[in-house]
Design a protein around this ligand. Structure first.
Ligand code: PLP
Length: 427
C-alpha cells in the first residue's frame, strides 16, 4: 500500500472492505466490547501475544483504520488516534517523561499548547522550556540532562511561522533526543516531518484532516526510527515496564514500540480515546485532503496578496508571500504551500481589530481553524488570552492582529468581505 501516491493513499490506506459485510466505506463499529473466542484467546490478547480487539478504550476497528491511514500519509511505522489534538500531545510525551524531566519547545506554538506545556504539565512534575527555534544555539543550550524531547509546530498557530525542521532535527539528532512535530496546520499534504527528520508527528485531527468542523480528534504517528534503548533515558519504552507486567516494548515490538505503548499503556491508563463515529467522519474527510489543501492554499495566497497591498493593513504574516521572512524556508519545509492560517495586523490596533471582526459577514468569528468555511478570531482576547502581552507578541498573537483561517469558498467573495469589513472598521 505504501508504494501508492498520496492521492491514492488518502482514499485507500486502512480501508480494506469490511470483512463481515464487504462494506466499502469503513463502518462505524459502535461497540465497547468484543466477544473472545475462548478463555485462551482472551489471555493471548491481554498478554499482547496476539493482536486483536479487547475493549474500545484501547482499540476499535473504525479508529484502527483511521490510525493506519494517518500513519500511511505521514510515512510512519504506526499511529495511535486519540480524543483531541491536546490529548495527542500528552500521549506523545507521556512515555518519555517522569517527575523532574522536561521538554524544550518552540516559543511559537498554539496558545492552548503554551498553557498545557507552560502550566498544566507541572502538575505531573514535568516542565517545558520555551525557546525561539530560529536561535539554534539557544535551542541546543536549553537542552539539559533532564530533557526528553524537542517540540515544535511545522507551521505555527496563529502567525503561520514555518519552523526550519531539518535544522531543528539536526540538533535533536546531535543531542540524542526525539523531535516531535505538530503537523496540524500543514497536514502531510504540505509537510512531511518524518522525511525532514522528525521522530514523532502529532495532529489535531479536528482541523484540516477532517476539514469541516465536525470532529474533535488527535493522532500520534511514530516514524519507527528512534532507538529508545541507546541512551538509557527512556525506560518505559526500552526496559521492563512495571505497568505492563515487565514487558520491554522496544524488544518486543521493534519499530512499533511507541505505537503499542500508546495503546497498551497510554490509552489504557489515560483513557483519551477517540470515538468510532468521529473516526468515521475523519476517514471521510481525509479522502479529499489533497484537493481541499490545494484550494485552501490558493485562496490563502490570493487573500494575503490583497491584504498586503491594502493601505489599511500594517502587515500580513503569510509565508507564501515573497516578502515573508520565512518564504525561503517554505520552499524546503512545505514546498506545496504555506498553509491557510495567518495573521493580519491592522493599523489602528486592538479597537480596529475588534470592529473588523464584528463587521465581517462571510468570515465567522469562531474558535476553530482548518474548516472548509473561512473563520476569523482575535487571538489576544481569546485563544492566547492566558498569556502575558510579551508571550502573545512572541507567539505572533499581539493585540493588533487578527487571525484568519482561509476556507475553500471563492476567493473573490472572501476578498470582498474583508474589504467591506476594513472599510467599516476604519470609517
Ligand atoms: N495543535 C495546533 C496547532 C492547534 O491549532 C490546536 C488547536 O487549535 C491543537 C493542537 C489542539 O487541538 P484540539 O483542539 O483538537 O485539542
Amino acid at each position: 500500500m505504501s508504494d501508492y501516491s498520496f492521492d491514492t493513499l488518502q482514499i485507500h490506506a486502512g480501508a480494506a472492505p469490511d470483512p463481515a459485510t464487504g462494506a466499502v466505506q469503513v463502518p462505524i463499529y459502535q461497540t465497547t466490547g468484543y466477544r473472545f473466542k475462548d478463555a485462551a484467546h482472551a489471555a493471548r490478547l491481554f498478554g499482547l501475544q496476539e493482536v486483536g480487539f479487547i475493549y474500545s478504550r484501547l482499540t476499535n476497528p473504525t479508529v484502527a483504520r483511521l490510525a493506519d491511514r494517518v500513519a500511511a500519509l505521514e510515512g510512519g511505522a504506526g499511529a495511535v488516534c486519540c480524543s483531541s489534538g491536546h490529548a495527542a500531545q500528552i500521549m506523545a510525551i507521556f512515555p518519555l517523561m517522569a517527575p523532574g524531566l522536561n521538554i524544550v519547545a518552540s516559543s511559537r506554538l498554539y496558545g492552548g499548547t503554551m498553557t498545557q506545556f507552560g502550566s498544566t504539565i507541572k502538575r505531573f512534575g514535568w516542565s517545558c522550556k520555551f525557546v525561539d527555534f530560529d536561535d539554534l544555539a539557544a535551542l541546543e543550550a536549553a537542552v539539559d540532562e533532564n530533557t526528553r524531547a524537542i517540540f515544535c509546530e511545522s507551521i505555527s498557530n496563529p502567525a503561520g511561522y514555518i519552523t526550519d525542521i531539518p535544522a531543528v532535527a539536526k540538533i535533536a539528532q546531535k543531542v540524542g533526543l526525539p523531535l516531535i512535530v505538530d503537523n496540524t496546520l500543514a497536514t502531510p499534504w504540505l509537510c512531511r516531518p518524518i522525511e525532514l527528520g522528525a521522530t514523532l508527528v502529532v495532529h489535531s485531527l479536528t482541523k484540516y484532516m477532517t476539514g469541516n468542523g465536525t470532529v474533535t480528534g488527535g493522532a500520534v504517528i511514530d516514524s519507527g526510527n528512534f532507538d529508545w534503548a541507546a541512551s538509557g533515558k527512556f525506560p518505559s519504552l526500552a526496559a521492563p515496564e512495571p505497568a505492563y507486567h515487565g514487558l520491554n516494548f522496544q524488544e518486543t515490538f521493534g519499530k512499533l514500540a511507541f505505537t503499542f505503548h500508546g495503546i497498551a499503556i497510554g490509552l489504557r491508563d489515560l483513557g483519551m480515546t477517540m470515538n468510532p463515529q468521529g473516526a468515521h467522519y475523519t476517514l471521510m474527510g481525509i479522502e479529499t485532503l489533497s484537493l481541499r489543501m490545494q484550494k485552501h492554499v490558493a485562496n490563502a495566497q490570493a487573500v494575503a496578496e490583497f491584504l498586503e497591498k491594502d493601505p489599511r493593513v500594517d502587515y500580513v504574516t503569510y509565508g507564501g508571500l515573497a516578502a515573508s521572512p520565512w518564504h525561503e524556508r517554505m520552499t524546503r519545509v512545505c514546498p506545496k504551500g504555506a498553509g491557510a492560517l495567518y495573521t493580519v495586523a491592522l493599523k489602528g490596533g486592538y479597537g480596529t481589530c475588534v470592529k473588523f471582526v464584528d463587521a465581517l459577514k462571510l468570515f465567522a468569528n469562531v474558535a476553530n481553524l482548518g474548516d472548509a468555511r473561512s473563520l476569523v478570531s482575535h487571538s489576544a482576547s481569546t485563544t492566547h488570552s492566558q498569556l502575558t502581552e510579551e508571550q502573545q507578541i512572541a507567539a505572533g498573537a499581539a493585540p493588533n492582529v487578527v487571525r484568519l483561517s482561509i476556507g475553500i469558498e471563492d476567493a473573490k467573495d472572501l476578498i470582498a468581505d474583508l474589504d467591506q469589513a476594513l472599510t467599516a472598521a476604519t470609517a
